[in-house]
Design a protein. Structure first.
Length: 155
């Protein structure tokens, strides 16, 4: 599959980054974008998306990808046009891991959301259902802002 490749990155790849992947696929329409996700950590490697993440996506009519968590690797920096971090910490880690000549640009999710540019997407793992709803809402704002920026270039 060809297109503009966007990789979403969070800690374990079971809550925030698969949500962003699902939302980009849901809202992209006919835009030639390819969404993927991964984690900075290997602690959740092989696990499916968090059940509360899946439930919130289903409640909103968003198809969650059938995937298992994976950790970022060097190829991701070469194959992605854009790597989107959920927090400043993820962004900092990605910039340290990024090979010198890698083509992928690193940005924070909320940098695409007008009025929320300086905010991180908090990890819902430690909260209740409301924390997952809040994360989903923030991620959706970021994804919609990202698509607004991509449409003139890709549409």
């Amino acid at each position: 599959m060809t297109g503009y490749r966007v990789l979403f990155v969070c800690t374990g790849n079971i809550c925030r980054s698969p949500t962003a992947e699902a939302l980009l696929r849901h809202h992209a329409g006919e835009l030639p974008v390819v969404a993927d996700s991964c984690g900075i950590s290997a602690e959740e490697e092989g696990n499916p998306p968090h059940p509360t993440t899946v439930a919130e996506a289903e409640r909103r009519g968003v198809a969650m990808p059938h995937r298992r968590a994976r950790r970022i690797d060097r190829r991701d920096f070469e194959e992605s046009d854009l790597l989107v971090a959920m927090t400043r910490g993820h962004e900092s880690r990605l910039l340290r891991l990024k090979p010198e000549r890698a083509r992928g640009e690193v940005r924070r999710m909320m940098s695409f959301a007008p009025g929320f540019e300086h905010q991180d997407v908090p990890d819902p793992w430690y909260g209740d259902r409301a924390a997952f709803v809040q994360a989903f809402d923030l991620i959706e704002r970021g994804v919609l802002g990202l698509l607004d920026q991509l449409r003139p270039r890709l549409g």
